[in-house]
Design a protein. Structure first.
Length: 496
């Protein structure tokens, strides 16, 4: 029909900078979603470590940096990826897709961001800012010596500098303001939320050891130890299903030729596992479909019109790995935080069967498991010896108040000489966390006091709390302990 409206001439209309920068700042990323989009690029670059640092003063968060040890980029490659809409030449196995994630994610949180990258010993950097965008979409090229000095300084704070990698720097932050209760409360809330959301989005990468994510606060040249982000597997119930015969896998034909498998799980009822709770929100919101793309979680929960959410279905979770060729059909969002399954998928799932079992039978079985769950108490770790008595008692009261039906299992802290490659060991049978006395002064100073060790030991306990729900050190417990130990080795190594 366009032929009946012939062209008289053409004109060039550049985007209005004021309007475009306003669009970027309102594109709809949360902080965790914006960080996840940047971390996608790190994983695509082959990174094994990613550090998220909050640079703070006594009163505000001044800067966020995301540093990785990936392959880095040449100056020419950096210039290309700073363009809007540039796609990877082969995006099938990559997490990045639309070519705008770095820019839109960064501008959703700040009005100026810098990318510093090193490849083959050469450091280069460029910066986008709202100010320069309004001056004709001009990008700033950072002085090479300044970029190299920043690279060295930033990585020195984290223990060791890799030969290559990338640092994304967010300045002039727009959304991170201290709420009532002050900066400490705001940062504690941020750390907790990021550990949940990033641990969920990237749990397959963390569990398999492909990536190590850490969060750290930094005030000037000093800062606390990096906090590893633990994996949160929404299907991590340890192989003991909430219903005999599950999980089962339904197969649905989509797009005329592509088979999509939907693995239907039923969680054990009354679970206290962080893998089930996935944060402090209502568990009922966590039922439904979990869509993955290239091992990265895209959508976490919800039935997308297949059924309504209600408490009796809280144990039902369905795992779906989406082939990348179906991105458009499933309407993958630009932020990669959601999708819209096509009607043919949902309709095909309703009619699919595994033997004599339909999808409706699965949902009924999940509801039955929830309704008929026995009332039982659950063991949960609480701090014991090794911390000041008043603090241990306060933590025990707090944990018990959040777990009404639990049997407390006291976990103590002990110091003893361990091998040089061990900062901690967990003794599940003895309910102990053993710390290497060789490193006590490096962690707490030359004359360490019990009060000075409280924040460190409290955070260490929370990182390892889930491990003591198990009777033996299975693979998950071993990996979690090893990850915490590796981070602590970096911390003591940085002390010289």
């Amino acid at each position: 029909m366009i032929k009946d409206l012939p062209t008289a001439r053409t004109e060039t209309l550049e985007p209005n900078p004021d309007g475009m920068t306003d669009v970027f700042s309102r594109i709809g990323y949360t902080l965790s979603e914006a960080l996840a989009d940047v971390i996608d690029n790190s994983i695509d670059a082959g990174a094994t470590r990613v550090f998220v640092q909050f640079h703070r003063s006594d009163t505000r968060i001044n800067r966020i940096t995301i540093a990785d040890d990936g392959s880095g980029m040449t100056s020419a490659h950096l210039a290309r990826i700073m363009q809007f809409g540039v796609r990877s030449e082969s995006s099938g196995a990559r997490l990045g897709k639309y070519g705008i994630g770095l820019k839109t994610a960064s501008f959703s949180q700040c009005s100026a961001f810098t990318v510093i990258t090193r490849s083959n010993g050469v450091t280069s950097a460029r910066r986008w800012s709202f100010e320069m965008a309004k001056q004709g979409w001009r990008i700033e090229v950072i002085e090479a010596d300044a970029a190299a000095a920043f690279w060295k300084r930033e990585w020195a704070a984290m223990g060791s500098s890799p030969k290559s990698g990338t640092i994304v720097v967010w300045d002039s932050l727009q959304r991170l303001v201290a709420e009532s209760g002050g900066l400490e409360k705001a940062l504690a809330k941020l750390r907790t939320g990021l550990r949940i959301e990033l641990g969920l989005r990237f749990h397959r990468f963390i569990e398999s050891g492909r990536i190590q994510l850490c969060i750290r606060e930094r005030c000037g040249d000093s800062g606390g130890p990096p906090e590893p982000v633990p994996p949160l597997d929404p299907f991590g119930y340890g192989g003991k299903s909430g219903r005999r015969g599950y999980p089962i896998t339904f197969s649905v034909l989509v797009g005329g030729s592509v088979r999509v498998e939907a693995e239907a799980h039923i969680w054990p009822p009354k679970s206290q596992s962080p893998m089930y709770k996935l944060g402090a929100g209502a568990v009922v919101k966590r039922q439904g479909f979990y869509f993955y793309r290239n091992d990265r979680l895209i959508a976490a929960g919800g039935w997308h019109g297949c059924k309504s959410e209600e408490p009796h279905s809280s144990l039902a979770r369905v795992k779906v790995d989406l082939p990348t060729e179906l991105d458009a059909l499933f309407q993958l969002t630009v932020q990669k935080t959601g999708c819209s399954p096509p009607p043919e998928f949902l309709e095909g799932l309703r009619s699919a069967r595994v033997g004599d079992t339909s999808f409706a039978d699965y949902l009924e079985a999940a509801q039955s498991s929830y309704r008929n769950a026995p009332t039982e108490q659950v063991a949960i770790a609480v701090p014991g010896s090794g911390l000041p008595r008043s603090f241990s008692a306060a933590m025990r009261r707090l944990i018990k108040s959040r777990h009404e039906r639990c049997v407390p299992r006291r976990v103590g802290f002990e110091w003893k000489v361990l091998p040089h490659d061990k900062v901690i060991e967990t003794d599940l049978a003895g309910s102990r966390v053993i710390l290497n006395s060789r490193y006590r002064s490096k962690l707490f100073g030359r004359r360490p006091s019990s009060k000075a060790s409280v924040p460190f030991l409290a955070m260490l306990f929370l990182n390892l709390q889930e491990s003591f729900a198990y009777e033996r050190a299975g693979k998950r417990v071993q990996e979690q302990t090893a990850q915490v130990n590796d981070v602590l080795l970096m911390v003591v190594g940085a002390q010289g």
